[in-house]
Ligand binder design. Structure first.
Ligand code: NAD
Length: 432
């Protein structure tokens, strides 16, 4: 099939690379000329395991093309995926101007049937608005369908999630569109749930909000464990063994971040509000998430007594492992709070340092974890990269000025750390 992907970020690039791997002819479009230039030189603008290999191979075999020419791409394709960003506006609403802009361009240019697939995360009723926009700007008066096909991939395992999804959701009210999408996704052999468009839109916001709530729930439990002298890791294990609950997303820590959970939870609250419902549960989820970062900063303050002029080493900046994404990463709030108190920050992350440089000022970026630990009064673990689980802790200890480790992701065993001679403070465990 001939496909255009509008927006070549984490979602668009992964979708384009995977659909071309399945044998389709794909044109990935972006307005960012620098991004397209890089992609045309086989340089990936993001770190996402597996994407580079697929993109290079399919570009070489001419099934995957990168361009800034949206109009030409639209003319050549039957299916157009909208994968542009929907960032939060100041009031928390999703900014739909990128989606609207693309819809108008499609309407202006299309001269044969087009199936417009919204993959960006959008508020319920956006599909209707996109269809209305295309109808009113439809210069050549051609037939078209607008459907919703929310994306559930996780950064860090995006290719695997795209190729082996738990489910594919298609919100679609046209038999023709249903037939095309069924054929497109048939090679994945994954369950497809067909719904109306509005339900598909809500499935995406509800899923992300539910996962965010699960994280905040275990963080709230972690706080109770700290007060009671219990171990949140054991509590999560015991809860997770119940199949109705499941162990995933019960990892206590410094809270969720990334481009999706914070903005989608906020957008869902705003959507509910506009429809006349006060989503208090989700507001509490957000509040707990914010407090969790502040709670971690308080632990650092308590352990160091005076933060001013202390050297603080940071391991991990990305909002989660296996990505370079720094958007809404908890590390940003935590580091800024410590800098405000006069701390000197040295940091290391395997992939996110380049992106971090645009967000965090006055940070000394290091070549490896050991450099970040050198002369540190405290070492913080802010992202659970596997690399940090395998460190030579003897070496770390010999490099640090004060043997204090504050683990915001519970990656170490408290007993082992004590034996190694560290003061070890983690989340939801009575070790501190
Ligand atoms: P991103 O910021 O990485 O990529 C969006 C891209 O769209 C950018 O490269 C931008 O330059 C481009 N763009 C904007 N306007 C354009 C236009 N008019 N024409 C062409 N390109 C344009 O964003 P992302 O992380 O890929 O997310 C995209 C959407 O998918 C969002 O709605 C997001 O909520 C949703 N989503 C993201 C993830 C994730 O893990 N990142 C997962 C599922 C869903």
């Amino acid at each position: 099939m001939k496909i255009t992907i509008v927006g070549s970020g984490y979602v668009g690039l992964t979708t384009g690379a995977c659909l071309s791997e399945l044998g389709n002819d794909v044109i990935c479009v972006d307005i960012d000329e620098e991004k397209i230039k890089k992609l045309n030189s086989d340089i990936m603008p993001i770190y996402e395991p597996g994407v580079e290999e697929l993109a290079k191979r399919n570009r070489k075999e001419k099934r995957l093309v990168f361009t800034t020419d949206l109009k030409d791409a639209i003319k050549q394709s039957e299916i157009i995926f909208i994968c542009v960003g929907t960032p939060p506006k100041e009031n928390g609403d999703a900014d739909l101007s990128y989606v609207e802009n693309v819809a108008r361009t499609i309407a202006d240019v299309m001269d044969s049937y087009k199936l417009i697939v919204d993959k960006s995360t959008v508020p319920v009723q956006t599909g209707e608005k996109v269809a209305r926009t295309i109808k009113s700007y439809n210069r050549h008066k051609v037939e078209f369908d607008v459907i919703s096909n929310p994306e559930f991939l996780r950064e860090g395992s995006a290719v695997n999630d795209f190729m082996h999804p738990d489910r594919i959701v298609i919100g679609c009210e046209s038999e023709k569109a249903k037939d095309i999408m069924g054929k497109l996704y048939a090679p994945l052999k994954s369950p497809i749930l067909y719904t109306d468009i509005k339900s598909a839109e809500i499935i995406k916001h509800a899923s992300n909000s539910f996962l965010a709530t699960k994280i905040s729930f275990i963080n709230a439990v972690a706080n109770i464990c700290e007060l009671a002298g219990a171990d949140v890791e054991k509590v999560a294990e015991g809860m997770g063994m119940d199949k109705r609950i499941g162990r995933q997303f019960l990892n206590a820590g410094i809270g969720y971040g990334g481009f999706c959970f914070p903005k989608d939870a906020e957008a869902f609250i705003r959507i509910a509000e506009k429809l006349g419902y006060d989503f208090r549960l989700l507001k509490a989820t957000q509040e707990i998430n914010q407090l969790q970062k502040e709670h971690f900063v308080k632990k650092i303050e308590k352990a160091l007594w005076v933060v001013k002029s202390k050297n603080i080493g940071v391991l991990g900046l990305a909002f989660k492992p296996n990505t370079d994404d720094m958007r809404f990463a908890p590390s940003v709030d935590i580091i800024k709070a410590l800098q405000k108190e006069g701390a000197k920050i040295k940091a290391y992350d395997p992939e996110a340092m380049e992106k971090s440089k645009h967000i965090l000022e006055n940070v000394e970026y290091c070549d490896n974890p050991y450099d970040a630990a050198k002369d540190a009064d405290a070492l913080l673990i802010l992202t659970e990269w596997n690399e940090f689980k395998e460190l030579d802790m003897n070496k770390i200890k010999s490099l640090m000025r004060h043997h204090l480790v504050l683990d915001g992701r519970n990656i170490y065993n408290p007993e082992d750390m004590k034996k190694e001679g560290f003061t070890y403070i983690s989340i939801g465990r009575s070790d501190d």
